[in-house]
Design a protein around this ligand. Structure first.
Ligand SMILES: [Zn+2]
Ligand SMILES: [Zn+2]
Ligand SMILES: [Zn+2]
Length: 133
């Protein structure tokens, strides 16, 4: 089959986008590295991880932090309740019909805004904290 070779100019836009994406990734990596370095200056003693708030031993702190920062966030689905459910254990108020809720993989449900606030502090189910020690 007679194939026509496309002009090199068409590829350049994609190349620029790829390079920009790479630069953003590099920026992200550098930020993570700076965070680790900053944290290390104060890490001669056992202290909690700034991400998951779990206590880490000084010599394991850096390794843990790198793992913790690169770990994907816990995902949840949002839904609108059709019937009233029990208490939201974050705010202690009832989950009522027509409210927007967030459902975690463990099937626990909370008000969406409650779970989002919770995730700012720790990204795990309030009822099912992970224990990875
Ligand atoms: Zn952590
Ligand atoms: Zn709530
Ligand atoms: Zn749960």
């Amino acid at each position: 089959m007679g194939q026509r070779t496309s002009r090199p100019q068409t590829a350049s836009a994609e190349e620029t986008a790829a390079r920009r994406a790479e630069t953003q990734h590099q920026k992200w990596l550098r930020e993570q590295r700076e965070l680790v370095t900053q944290t290390m200056r104060f890490s001669q003693v056992d202290r909690p991880c700034p991400k998951c708030k779990k206590m880490q031993r000084a010599e394991e702190f850096e390794t843990h932090l790198v793992c913790c920062l690169t770990k994907p966030a816990l995902e949840f689905n949002t839904d609108v309740l059709e019937v009233d459910q029990g208490e939201c254990i974050i705010c202690y108020e009832d989950l009522l019909s027509q409210q927007v809720i967030a459902r975690l993989p463990c099937l626990c449900i909370f008000h969406e805004h409650c779970l989002k606030d919770w995730f700012k502090v720790r990204e795990e189910c309030p009822s099912h904290p992970s224990s990875d020690d």
